[in-house]
Design a protein around this ligand. Structure first.
Ligand code: AHG
Ligand code: MN
Ligand code: MN
Length: 334
């Protein structure tokens, strides 16, 4: 039997070979992976556990929280607060930052997460996931929300775990993208894909077409041209997929290419988009770039955006490089 490389071994070897992973960061990633295992368990129980349905509360974005949103948030906090690797955490489900209580040692990292992405898919048994991003706390005593407001290019690790037919953890520490599949019998994540690469071209796009009438002209132009297929200016037919879980859509793109868009639209003109910059767009953009793809908000590289708020939103166009560049060019030509 060929030797199986566990997440632990992969991280140890990365640390040894390239010095990419200081030991505190290695601990952090192992703890996040452990938390994802336990979220995966809860997700799998479904209606057999007390995990389905609404929690009856709203988060800071004014969205109804599901029980699993809250459970996943608590699992991540409880797993991460005592290890001494973190100074503070921030989450889609918490208005302010969560500073590590002073009964525990404070570490030098900041962890941000979308504990459960794709909550609308829980009841219908479609893939959902957890997205996370890791930053270094700027030097100085104490920790504040301001410390989190760093551009995505400052991330030191990013990833997601998708709870689908398989539970897969996808990770970057700035040296390419690796995928690990959860072996439920062993209880460990096993390396199943290394050096993930996204094809530069694609014939598949992902966008919520029901918002078409609200889109801006450059997005309309791009999709119109795709829809015209072989007879249109692109000279080829396109396929469409929309899972409504960003993790699952991004996972497909990392696997076989494609372009994902959740652009600004006229429904809420004052918001830059629907997705959140710091714990959705930034980690996904870094993974995509690390796999040879691109990610912009139509005007600039997402990873260069200087955040001004923890829960700031952003327009997202990411995936196969040539398509993302085309949509971005349509924005500059408009
Ligand atoms: P969340 O469940 O964390 O709030 O995120 C849902 C996001 C994202 O995962 C997905 O791409 C998008 O919302 C789907 O939005 P629509 O329902 O508007 O298609
Ligand atoms: Mn989300
Ligand atoms: Mn969420």
């Amino acid at each position: 039997m060929s030797s199986r490389i566990s997440l632990t071994r992969y991280l140890v070897e990365q640390q040894r070979m390239d010095g990419h992973i200081p030991s505190q960061l290695r601990l952090l990633l192992e703890v996040v992976a452990r938390a994802c295992k336990s979220i995966s368990q809860a997700v799998n129980k479904g209606a057999l556990g007390d995990v389905m349905g609404s929690a009856g509360s709203e988060n800071v974005q004014g969205e109804m929280q599901k029980k699993l949103d809250i459970i996943a948030n608590e699992v991540l906090i409880e797993a991460n607060e005592w290890g001494g690797h973190l100074a503070a955490m921030a989450s889609e489900e918490m208005e302010g930052i969560y500073v590590v209580p002073n009964r525990y040692p404070q570490g030098e990292y900041l962890l941000l997460f979308d504990p459960l992405d794709g909550s609308s898919n829980i009841e219908v048994n479609v893939s959902i996931g957890t997205i996370f991003s890791v930053l270094l706390k700027p030097e100085g005593t104490g920790v504040s929300e301001q410390d989190f407001l760093q551009a995505g290019c400052k991330q030191v690790a990013a990833g997601y775990c998708v709870y689908g037919p398989q539970t897969t953890l996808v990770l970057t520490v700035g040296d390419g993208v690796a995928m690990f599949t959860l072996d439920r019998e062993q209880g460990s994540f096993i390396l199943t894909e290394e050096d993930v690469r996204i094809p530069e071209n694609t014939q598949e796009f992902a966008i919520n077409m029901s918002n078409m009438r609200h889109w801006d002209a450059p997005v309309k132009r791009y999709i119109d041209e795709c829809l015209q297929g072989k007879e249109g200016p692109r000279g080829k037919d396109f396929n469409m997929r929309w899972i409504a879980s960003m993790v699952a859509d991004v996972h497909r793109i990392l696997t076989r290419g494609g372009v994902f868009m959740y652009p600004w639209d006229k429904r809420e003109p004052n918001k830059p988009g629907k997705l959140r910059l710091m714990y959705e767009a930034n980690p996904m953009s870094w993974l995509i770039e690390q796999a040879g793809g691109a990610a912009t908000n139509g005007k600039q590289r997402i990873l260069d955006i200087q955040p001004t708020q923890l829960h700031e939103r952003v327009s997202v166009i990411l995936g196969s490089k040539n398509e993302v560049e085309r949509v971005t060019r349509y924005h500059s030509e408009a």
